[in-house]
Design a protein around this ligand. Structure first.
Ligand SMILES: [Zn+2]
Ligand SMILES: [Zn+2]
Ligand SMILES: [Zn+2]
Length: 147
């Protein structure tokens, strides 16, 4: 159930550079959410010539191309995540204490209905063609809440 029924649309890719491919390889290998620093640390081993500024630039480029999603989880640095067609659409639970990110794609029935209804009404009200959404819930994870 990708995007609860709405497809993803990718813009046509421009010219590929080695560095962009290297970044995508990192995301393919390490599934999950990565900060620019995480990506930089991984890339440094294989492409020692690439600087952090290049990593930042390419992450933004890949986001603009629709290949990555960017999330600002609380006060920490932005996380990027691969928009993988094979990966299920998911929502996020984010712990504000430890920064832990929980992906879930087993949606509560009411959640699915709520999102469907909300999208329907919003697109009607604002005459807006909704293609996707990102959903994050903030709070405390079980280990932080138990402290
Ligand atoms: Zn959703
Ligand atoms: Zn926590
Ligand atoms: Zn995620």
């Amino acid at each position: 159930m990708r995007g609860h029924g709405h497809g993803r649309r990718f813009r046509k890719m421009g010219k590929w550079t080695v560095s962009r491919q290297a970044i995508l390889d990192v995301f393919a290998k390490k599934s999950g959410h990565l900060t620019a620093d995480d990506v930089y640390m991984c890339i440094r081993k294989n492409s020692p010539g690439m600087g952090i500024a290049t990593v930042y630039r390419n992450l933004e480029f890949l986001r603009e191309q629709g290949l990555l999603s960017k999330y600002n989880f609380g006060e920490g640095s932005a996380h990027y995540e691969l928009n993988d067609d094979e990966r299920e659409h998911h929502h996020h639970l984010i712990c504000k204490s430890c920064g832990k990110v929980i992906d879930y794609s087993e949606f509560v029935d009411r959640e699915l209905k709520l999102i469907k209804d909300t999208e329907k009404e919003l697109s009607k009200k604002h005459k807006f063609d909704i293609e996707s959404h990102e959903l994050c819930f903030y709070g405390k994870c079980s280990s932080c809440a138990g402290r």
